[in-house]
Design a protein around this ligand. Structure first.
Ligand code: CA
Ligand code: CA
Length: 198
Protein backbone atom coordinates (compact mmCIF):
# COMPACT_ATOMS: atom_id res chain seq x y z
CA UNK A 1 0.00 0.00 0.00
CA UNK A 2 1.84 2.99 -1.21
CA UNK A 3 1.07 5.74 -3.63
CA UNK A 4 3.34 6.50 -6.59
CA UNK A 5 4.22 9.76 -4.91
CA UNK A 6 5.08 8.80 -1.32
CA UNK A 7 4.18 10.83 1.78
CA UNK A 8 4.99 12.06 4.26
CA UNK A 9 7.96 10.24 5.73
CA UNK A 10 9.02 9.14 9.18
CA UNK A 11 11.17 10.34 12.06
CA UNK A 12 13.41 8.96 14.78
CA UNK A 13 13.29 10.80 18.09
CA UNK A 14 15.42 10.74 21.24
CA UNK A 15 14.06 12.86 24.06
CA UNK A 16 13.40 13.05 27.76
CA UNK A 17 9.69 12.82 28.43
CA UNK A 18 8.85 11.67 24.92
CA UNK A 19 5.05 11.35 24.99
CA UNK A 20 3.26 8.11 24.21
CA UNK A 21 1.11 9.85 21.61
CA UNK A 22 1.81 9.37 17.91
CA UNK A 23 3.78 11.79 15.80
CA UNK A 24 4.78 12.24 12.19
CA UNK A 25 7.83 12.77 10.04
CA UNK A 26 8.56 16.08 11.79
CA UNK A 27 8.99 14.30 15.12
CA UNK A 28 7.88 15.63 18.47
CA UNK A 29 9.28 17.06 21.68
CA UNK A 30 12.43 19.05 22.37
CA UNK A 31 15.08 16.35 22.04
CA UNK A 32 16.92 15.11 18.98
CA UNK A 33 14.81 14.44 15.88
CA UNK A 34 16.10 12.90 12.67
CA UNK A 35 13.42 13.44 10.05
CA UNK A 36 13.15 11.49 6.82
CA UNK A 37 10.83 13.83 4.95
CA UNK A 38 9.77 12.23 1.67
CA UNK A 39 7.11 14.71 0.56
CA UNK A 40 7.59 18.25 -0.66
CA UNK A 41 4.83 20.27 1.00
CA UNK A 42 5.19 22.89 -1.74
CA UNK A 43 7.97 24.48 0.23
CA UNK A 44 10.78 22.74 -1.62
CA UNK A 45 11.83 21.34 1.75
CA UNK A 46 11.86 17.69 0.71
CA UNK A 47 12.80 14.96 -0.04
CA UNK A 48 15.38 15.46 2.67
CA UNK A 49 16.97 14.14 5.82
CA UNK A 50 16.70 16.81 8.49
CA UNK A 51 17.92 17.23 12.06
CA UNK A 52 15.92 19.10 14.67
CA UNK A 53 17.04 19.84 18.20
CA UNK A 54 15.20 21.65 20.99
CA UNK A 55 12.38 22.38 18.59
CA UNK A 56 14.48 24.06 15.91
CA UNK A 57 15.73 22.80 12.58
CA UNK A 58 19.50 22.43 12.80
CA UNK A 59 20.23 21.11 9.31
CA UNK A 60 18.52 19.92 6.17
CA UNK A 61 19.97 17.96 3.28
CA UNK A 62 18.09 17.13 0.13
CA UNK A 63 18.09 13.72 -1.53
CA UNK A 64 16.42 12.44 -4.71
CA UNK A 65 13.31 10.51 -3.76
CA UNK A 66 14.83 7.48 -5.49
CA UNK A 67 17.54 7.47 -2.83
CA UNK A 68 15.09 7.59 0.07
CA UNK A 69 12.65 5.15 -1.51
CA UNK A 70 14.38 1.80 -1.64
CA UNK A 71 11.67 -0.65 -2.66
CA UNK A 72 12.34 -4.07 -1.11
CA UNK A 73 15.88 -3.20 -0.10
CA UNK A 74 16.83 -2.27 3.44
CA UNK A 75 19.33 0.54 3.93
CA UNK A 76 21.51 0.69 7.01
CA UNK A 77 20.93 3.88 8.98
CA UNK A 78 23.01 5.08 11.90
CA UNK A 79 22.40 7.95 14.30
CA UNK A 80 25.11 8.72 16.83
CA UNK A 81 24.70 11.44 19.41
CA UNK A 82 28.17 12.27 20.68
CA UNK A 83 28.94 13.34 24.22
CA UNK A 84 30.31 16.66 22.96
CA UNK A 85 26.92 17.65 21.56
CA UNK A 86 27.44 16.75 17.94
CA UNK A 87 25.48 14.22 15.93
CA UNK A 88 26.43 11.87 13.11
CA UNK A 89 23.83 10.46 10.72
CA UNK A 90 24.63 7.72 8.24
CA UNK A 91 22.37 6.53 5.44
CA UNK A 92 23.80 3.61 3.51
CA UNK A 93 27.30 4.62 2.46
CA UNK A 94 26.55 8.32 2.90
CA UNK A 95 27.60 10.32 5.96
CA UNK A 96 24.60 12.63 5.81
CA UNK A 97 25.88 14.57 8.81
CA UNK A 98 29.21 14.26 10.56
CA UNK A 99 29.99 16.09 13.80
CA UNK A 100 26.99 18.35 13.30
CA UNK A 101 26.84 20.66 16.34
CA UNK A 102 23.52 20.80 18.21
CA UNK A 103 23.09 24.40 19.47
CA UNK A 104 22.79 24.77 23.26
CA UNK A 105 23.32 21.04 23.71
CA UNK A 106 22.57 19.51 27.08
CA UNK A 107 22.77 15.78 27.78
CA UNK A 108 19.45 13.97 27.32
CA UNK A 109 18.64 12.45 30.70
CA UNK A 110 16.39 9.38 30.92
CA UNK A 111 16.02 9.24 27.16
CA UNK A 112 13.10 7.64 25.41
CA UNK A 113 13.40 6.53 21.81
CA UNK A 114 10.62 6.54 19.27
CA UNK A 115 9.67 6.39 15.63
CA UNK A 116 6.75 8.19 14.05
CA UNK A 117 5.28 8.48 10.58
CA UNK A 118 2.43 10.25 8.89
CA UNK A 119 0.27 9.91 5.80
CA UNK A 120 -2.31 12.09 4.11
CA UNK A 121 -4.00 11.60 0.79
CA UNK A 122 -0.72 9.99 -0.23
CA UNK A 123 0.97 7.24 1.77
CA UNK A 124 3.97 4.97 1.95
CA UNK A 125 5.47 1.94 3.66
CA UNK A 126 8.35 2.12 6.12
CA UNK A 127 9.98 -1.11 7.27
CA UNK A 128 12.53 -1.53 10.04
CA UNK A 129 14.53 -4.45 11.30
CA UNK A 130 17.62 -5.14 13.39
CA UNK A 131 17.21 -2.04 15.52
CA UNK A 132 20.05 -1.53 17.98
CA UNK A 133 20.19 1.13 20.68
CA UNK A 134 23.23 1.71 22.89
CA UNK A 135 23.65 4.47 25.46
CA UNK A 136 26.67 5.90 27.27
CA UNK A 137 29.14 4.27 24.90
CA UNK A 138 31.65 7.12 25.07
CA UNK A 139 33.78 7.81 28.16
CA UNK A 140 33.31 11.16 29.88
CA UNK A 141 35.71 13.91 28.94
CA UNK A 142 38.40 14.59 31.49
CA UNK A 143 39.41 18.15 32.29
CA UNK A 144 42.36 18.36 34.67
CA UNK A 145 43.40 21.57 36.40
CA UNK A 146 46.34 22.17 38.70
CA UNK A 147 47.24 25.08 40.94
CA UNK A 148 48.85 26.19 44.17
CA UNK A 149 46.82 26.48 47.35
CA UNK A 150 49.11 27.94 49.98
CA UNK A 151 52.17 25.70 49.96
CA UNK A 152 50.22 22.81 48.54
CA UNK A 153 49.56 21.66 45.01
CA UNK A 154 45.90 21.02 44.24
CA UNK A 155 44.96 18.78 41.33
CA UNK A 156 41.29 18.72 40.30
CA UNK A 157 39.62 16.78 37.51
CA UNK A 158 36.17 15.92 36.23
CA UNK A 159 34.77 12.71 34.89
CA UNK A 160 36.19 10.29 37.45
CA UNK A 161 39.16 8.05 36.75
CA UNK A 162 42.42 7.41 38.55
CA UNK A 163 45.05 10.09 39.14
CA UNK A 164 48.57 9.16 38.13
CA UNK A 165 51.84 10.98 38.69
CA UNK A 166 55.34 10.76 37.26
CA UNK A 167 58.66 12.51 37.88
CA UNK A 168 59.04 13.21 34.15
CA UNK A 169 56.42 14.17 31.57
CA UNK A 170 57.26 11.01 29.64
CA UNK A 171 56.65 8.80 32.71
CA UNK A 172 56.63 6.27 34.14
CA UNK A 173 53.20 7.17 35.50
CA UNK A 174 51.95 5.32 38.56
CA UNK A 175 48.58 5.52 40.32
CA UNK A 176 48.41 7.98 43.22
CA UNK A 177 46.98 5.74 45.96
CA UNK A 178 43.55 6.81 47.21
CA UNK A 179 43.58 10.14 45.35
CA UNK A 180 40.22 11.71 44.58
CA UNK A 181 39.45 15.14 43.16
CA UNK A 182 40.51 17.60 44.49
CA UNK A 183 43.83 16.02 45.41
CA UNK A 184 46.04 18.19 47.62
CA UNK A 185 49.69 17.38 48.22
CA UNK A 186 52.65 19.36 49.61
CA UNK A 187 54.71 21.10 46.92
CA UNK A 188 57.94 19.19 47.49
CA UNK A 189 60.68 18.18 45.06
CA UNK A 190 61.52 20.00 41.84
CA UNK A 191 58.74 18.80 39.57
CA UNK A 192 55.90 16.32 39.24
CA UNK A 193 53.54 15.54 36.38
CA UNK A 194 49.94 14.36 36.63
CA UNK A 195 47.42 12.71 34.35
CA UNK A 196 44.11 10.89 34.77
CA UNK A 197 43.63 7.32 33.63
CA UNK A 198 40.06 6.40 32.60
CA1 CA B 1 9.96 18.59 6.93
CA1 CA C 1 7.41 17.42 3.93
Amino acid sequence: MQTSTPADGFSFVVASGLPDSSFGEQGTGSGLIVSFDTYDNAGGEAPAIDVFYKGREVATRKFPIAVLRTGDAFVQVGVRLNRNGTVDVYYGDTAVYYKLPLPNFTPIDNPRFGWGARTGGLNDNHWMDEVQIAVNTQPPETVLTIGLVGRNVQVSWSGGGTLQSAPKVTGDYTDVPGASSPYVTPATGTQMFFRVRQ
